[in-house]
Design a protein around this ligand. Structure first.
Ligand code: ADP
Length: 497
């Protein structure tokens, strides 16, 4: 199959979170399964520092937006990890040559509607100009949710694009691309689509809703999250729309890029290790303590949290339970950025406990690797978690996760119970209710298990043995693409790629 991916971030060109990681790995996994893959992405400022060569194609494509024509200059780069996969980078410096991807200093860019309407339209105009003739187009999140809408409307009869199967993946339903109705003109769609069954959402425009309504298949990133988003508690007011489309919705777990996240080869670490050579992990722990200027205390565990400091990630639960956490005597390191009030509160906790707690405010990928490798227990009290990658990285790095049993955390961590411990299948600890006491109780169980060296080793190894590669998920996507794919062959009139 010829598969075209449309997204707003992909490692190594641009990343703010899990979406970037997924898009850096999924196309390569599908190529490995025998398919032709390409990807369209904005050329953000961060792409210049990706370490991958970017080359101009000389192609300039006119993209109709809001009744005028805007220019997309097409650049190309190899998709890392593929033989022939190409990333087509859409350059428009006025829109994308900025410090952030979606905003700066906690605020969104005011012209995000324009930026991502342009991207969605550019995906299709660039695909047409290059003659890509995809059989399946796979869009991701609200930023490219208009792609399936356009394919079913404006491009329906296009010889190279019309009839392509469309898949929309929701990586996080909390982000929906909602804009005021005065932006409607930008979309280039007839007003008749501005209705409650398509793109209108409480008198505003909801790009994600348009994608949900028009895509041939909708996926999200774990089976549990696929069920949860059909309920008001997790549905962010789109649960009704999703229930109408539930027969087209499925959950496919994310894999991880197991070349980048491999403790036996990771260049960021002080020492390498694997399930049979865990002494390297002990060295990483000592190195991390030195790096953080924390006392070297092999008799106490090191706990960590890496992620966005937002309510989604349960940072309020962490703060509420912080005194209890400190009373356990464990050392704690937090790396992240997010809500200013959470950043402040965490920094203040670190100041209060200088020999026990470190809070690092910032986005630092190498450091995230060193924290995953050097800590004993990883904390993930997320209130909701579509899939979550950090628990997967943790398990691979022999760091036992303590998680709220929700979404992908429920689907990937096997909680310790008498049965799973006996069977040797347990890989972490989980709590059911998002409350600080429940979180601390699960943490207490983890700390008790940590003091039993043999038991702990079994937990660590069971996590390290988990197959979190893309192989299984790629097979699931392939099956899904097969259901919607347009027949092979370039349609008459379409130029070859
Ligand atoms: P989400 O996409 O909801 O933010 P995920 O767990 O799916 O959460 O993915 C988060 C990704 O972003 C992981 O690769 C994680 O290591 C990374 N990450 C998040 N915050 C930071 C940070 N402050 N520094 C380095 N990496 C971070």
């Amino acid at each position: 199959m010829r598969i075209l991916y449309a997204c707003s971030e992909a490692v190594p060109f641009a990343k703010t979170g899990g979406l970037g990681d997924v898009m850096g790995a999924l196309p390569a996994a599908l190529e490995a399964a025998g398919h032709e893959v390409s990807l369209v992405l904005p050329l953000y400022r961060s792409a210049w520092g990706s370490g991958v060569a970017l080359a101009p194609t000389g192609l300039r494509v006119a993209v109709p937006v809001g009744g005028r024509s805007m220019e997309a200059e097409v650049w190309r780069a190899a998709i890392p990890g593929t033989r022939s996969g190409t990333c087509w980078l859409v350059r428009n410096d006025a829109l994308y040559d900025r410090e952030g991807l979606y905003g700066e200093e906690g605020g969104d860019y005011a012209d995000n509607c324009l930026r991502f309407v342009f991207l969605s339209r550019a995906v299709l105009e660039v695909a047409r100009a290059l003659g890509l003739a995809p059989q399946v187009v796979h869009a991701h999140d609200w930023q490219t949710a208009l792609v399936p809408v356009y394919l079913k409307t404006i491009y329906r009869d296009d010889p190279g694009l019309g009839g392509a199967g469309t898949v929309l993946t929701i990586h996080n339903l909390a982000f929906q691309g909602v804009f005021w109705h005065l932006d409607w003109g930008l979309l280039g769609l007839d007003w008749s689509h501005y209705n409650w069954q398509e793109l209108e959402f409480y008198q505003r425009i909801c790009l994600l809703k348009g994608g949900i309504v028009h895509a041939d298949r909708i996926t999200t990133v774990s089976p549990s999250y696929a069920r949860e988003i059909l309920t008001p508690r997790f549905g962010f007011s789109l649960d009704g729309v999703l229930r109408d489309r539930a027969h087209l919705l499925s959950g496919i777990l994310n894999g991880i890029d197991d070349a980048t996240w491999d403790p036996s080869r990771d260049p960021h670490l002080a020492a390498r290790f694997d399930r049979d050579r865990l002494d390297g992990k002990a060295r990483c722990r000592e190195a991390l303590r030195r790096e953080l200027d924390l006392p070297s205390r092999p008799d106490i565990p090191l706990l960590s949290l890496v992620g966005r400091l937002t309510d989604q990630k349960g940072i309020d639960l962490l703060l509420e339970g912080f005194d209890g956490l400190v009373q356990t005597g464990a050392q704690v390191v937090v790396l992240g950025t997010g809500y200013p009030e959470f950043e402040r509160a965490l920094a203040e906790r670190a100041e209060r406990h200088p020999r026990q707690v470190r809070v690092l405010l910032g986005f630092d990928e190498p450091r995230a690797h060193r924290i995953e490798a050097g800590s004993d227990i990883f904390l993930m009290p997320s209130r909701f978690e579509p899939c979550g990658l950090n628990q997967l990285y943790s398990m691979r790095y022999g760091t036992v996760p303590v998680v709220h049993a929700t979404g992908g955390l429920r689907d990937t961590v096997v909680p310790a119970t008498p049965d799973t411990l006996r069977a040797g299948t347990a890989t972490g600890f989980a709590f059911e209710e998002p409350r600080a006491e429940a979180f601390l109780e699960a943490l207490g169980q983890a700390l008790a298990a940590w003091s039993d060296r043999r038991l702990w080793r079994r937990l660590v190894r069971a996590g390290m043995d988990r197959d979190s590669s893309w192989r299984q998920s790629a097979a699931a996507y392939q099956a899904l693409y097969g259901q919607v794919s347009r027949p092979n062959g370039h349609p008459p009139g379409a130029p070859g790629p």
